[in-house]
Ligand binder design. Structure first.
Ligand code: GLV
Length: 306
């Protein structure tokens, strides 16, 4: 029996080190090549090549090396009987929430205006206000709920939206209440997974439903937004600014107008960090549950895509 890591675009050394500590007796293969594909029982993957997993006939578990699974499910040849699990890590939620908090607070305290003033050696003491924020979290799943609750606990006005209604200490909207949700906010934090339903969701038509200029923070997937619509909405004042960590094409092409837009902040898809130590423990836990025929709490629904 062996484990395999197939993650062409990401570093795997830390995963290897953690696996060597936790399961030193199990051979680990890095990359898709092996002379004994029939021995592989677990594949840890990130953007694996389409069809590549089919060579492992005894695979029991596919484990996404991140929170999202769109990159795994992009491969429609994966046999349906193999469970796909993902990382559900409080430490990942901690790093994601801190990132979003940074974006929210920078906007709240006009940090970018003060930076511009600083470039002119200008003491802008009374020129920029603390903005009054009405924050909407679109997608109150594991990560979305974490930041929504934290922002609420900090005293911000928060509301949440998700497919199904959730019990929350702040107003929550679900299903067909999306327009009401959008009309009540001036900061939109997007944490929905990428699925066929959310593709291009953050577009001009949606932005038109805001009742006041709104600051957009997208930390989910670039395919969930439409970059040309973001630019139009910024030019028309429908969006007051944007903090984007994810893009339609990554790396963001050097000729994208987003790079130079004064109202846009850009980070290179680093909002949530994956912690190999915890992820490897979770992968082992999933395997053990499969061996014992126990329910898999981290299994992804292929239909919902999360
Ligand atoms: C990062 O984008 C992840 O899905 O973990």
């Amino acid at each position: 029996m062996s484990y395999i890591i197939i993650a062409p675009p990401v570093p795997t050394q830390k995963w290897k080190e953690e696996l060597e500590i936790i399961a030193p007796e199990i051979p680990l293969i890095i990359g898709p090549e092996t002379d004994h594909p029939e021995e592989v029982i677990c594949a840890m993957v990130w953007k694996q090549e389409r069809g590549i997993l089919n060579r492992f006939e005894n695979l029991k578990l596919i484990f996404s090396m991140g929170a999202g699974v769109d990159h795994v499910l992009a491969d429609d040849t994966i046999p349906k009987h193999i469970p796909i699990c993902r990382v559900v890590d409080p430490q990942m939620a901690f790093s994601m929430s801190n990132f979003i908090l940074m974006a929210v607070l920078n906007h709240n305290r006009s940090f970018y205006d003060f930076q511009q003033a600083r470039e002119k050696s200008h003491w802008a003491q009374f020129e920029f206000e603390e903005r009054s924020l009405k924050i909407g979290v679109l997608g109150t799943g594991f990560l979305g709920m974490d930041i929504a609750k934290k922002l609420h606990a900090l005293g911000f006005s928060v509301s949440g939206y998700s497919n199904s209604h959730k019990d929350t200490p702040f107003p929550s909207y679900a299903g067909d209440q999306i327009d009401t949700f959008l009309s009540k906010i001036n900061v939109l934090i997007c944490l929905v997974p990428y699925t066929p339903k959310t593709q291009g969701l953050l577009n001009y038509n949606l932005f038109k439903k805001f009742s006041e200029p709104t600051y957009l923070i997208n930390v989910s997937r670039g395919s969930v937004h439409v970059e040309k619509d973001i630019l139009t909405a910024l030019d028309e004042g429908i969006l007051s600014g944007a903090f984007l960590d994810v893009f339609e094409h990554e790396p963001l092409p050097s000729n994208s107008p987003l790079w130079k837009h004064p109202l846009v902040q850009i980070t290179p898809h680093i909002a949530s960090l994956t912690y190999p130590k915890e992820s490897v423990l979770q992968m082992m836990d999933c395997l053990e549950k499969i061996e014992k025929d126990l329910p898999l709490t981290q299994e992804v629904s292929r239909e919902k895509m999360y």
